[in-house]
Design a binder for this molecule. Structure first.
Ligand SMILES: [Fe+2]
Ligand SMILES: [Fe+2]
Length: 394
């Protein structure tokens, strides 16, 4: 901004040299290394037949890994569970990225109302474009796999807006969905003209993707250490390309969410209230843990119907009674998978706390991640048993 002319802002991002430099570097490197064209190409070359007999992820990233079903599965069933992890995991990522596309634009609009914020907005524009390529890759492959294996959808869904749902398998009902939609609409209306709230969307985005960073790094490793990269399964390549792009997105979230408020006026009581509500919403969305899919905080009972379908399919060939007994053994009786996913949930809980530790304007309930930290294996088992009883009766 021109210092000689009257401006509305008392502070400028340009005065925070270290933050500005970080933003510049992150943007420059993401433009230079952009992997979205490579993802498009890999997607267009995907042929299920070429990689149907191999793993696409490290073995532990298979759905139901560590459950009784996993231990009793044949080699080919284990391959299927491994590939379905890829389909299911990225079905959730698609949903998060649909929300990201919209909220990046709202946030850029809000930040652009101040002088000197073009660099932040340009970074978000590039990220939005990348998310569209990511979604295209996950959706094209996920749908093709489900069509070939089952002739119907299990984890995928038709294109939709963020107002419908963010967690694909959530503990929800129409009333909760409606309330959630109203909250998002109110938040986007406010933040599209409020730079502080716009910057704090990125704080929440960073928080929501912390656990993803951990998992996606491990998924991308399958390709990184693959002995024959040229012929590695295309989905594993896509995991790698995706992680490359996302590592810049994680940085953007961290820089904007944590450092941009220094260049803005201190938040008002109302702005603090809104941001605390946003973080509490993230805690609620990440309250559950799932033995079906390590690293995604899905609500287990909402998966019963899909897993029942999987167990009854020709790939597992179970009878009605066998499928229901298996659901009980996997989700209502302590096993390795339940312990592993709970442990991962606790690791995420600790990293969320560390992430918001330096944020002065959030309340203690959010600082300690009390909502998220209030789950336990006992609660999980009890809840699953009640829900399974209802499922069996339905
Ligand atoms: Fe992405
Ligand atoms: Fe992203």
């Amino acid at each position: 901004m021109h210092p000689q002319l009257a401006q509305r802002d008392s502070k400028s991002l340009l005065d925070d040299h270290s933050t500005y430099r970080k933003l510049e570097l992150n943007k420059k490197r993401n433009y230079e290394q952009d992997h979205s064209a490579m993802m498009d190409e890999a997607t267009s070359l995907f042929v299920y037949e070429h990689c149907k007999d191999e793993y696409w992820n490290p073995e532990e990233f298979s759905i139901l890994y560590g459950t009784p079903l996993w231990h009793e599965a044949s080699t080919s069933q284990k391959i299927l569970l491994n590939q379905l992890y890829w389909v299911a995991y990225y079905a959730q990522i698609i949903s998060a990225e649909i929300a990201t596309i919209y909220l990046n634009q709202v946030s850029a609009a809000g930040l652009y109302t101040h002088e000197d914020f073009r660099i932040v907005c340009d970074s978000l524009d590039l990220e939005t474009k990348q998310e569209r390529a990511h979604i295209n890759a996950f959706k094209t492959i996920g749908e093709d796999v489900e069509w070939r294996l089952f002739g119907e959808r299990l984890f995928t869904y038709p294109m939709r807006s963020l107002f419908e749902q963010t967690m694909v398998f959530a503990d929800t009902n129409p009333a909760k969905d409606f309330w959630r939609m109203l909250q998002i609409k109110a938040f986007t209306l406010l933040s599209s003209s409020n730079a502080f709230l716009a910057s704090q969307y990125l704080l929440v985005r960073g928080l929501r993707t912390l656990n993803g960073k951990l998992i996606q790094h491990k998924l991308s490793n399958y390709y990184t250490i693959h002995p024959d990269k040229e012929n590695a399964p295309i989905p594993s390549k896509i995991s790698y390309y995706h992680f490359m792009d996302e590592s810049f997105h994680f940085n953007t979230s961290k820089i904007i969410g944590h450092e941009i408020p220094r260049s803005l006026d201190p938040p008002t009581a109302f702005e603090k209230l809104i941001i605390n509500k946003g973080i509490a919403g993230c805690q609620r969305d990440h309250f559950n843990f799932s033995a079906t899919i390590k690293g995604i905080f899905w609500y287990e009972p909402s998966l019963f119907a899909v897993l029942y379908k999987l167990f009854r399919s020709p790939h597992f060939g179970m009878s009605d009674a066998e499928a229901k007994v298996m659901l009980d053994r996997c989700f209502c009786q302590e096993n390795e998978a339940i312990h592993q996913s709970f442990e991962l949930h606790q690791t995420a809980h600790a990293s969320y706390k560390a992430y918001v530790d330096s944020i002065t304007y959030i309340d203690s309930q959010n600082r300690n991640m009390e909502i998220m930290g209030n789950n336990s294996i006992q609660k999980y088992l009890k809840h699953n048993a009640n829900s399974l009883r209802a499922f069996k009766g339905s």
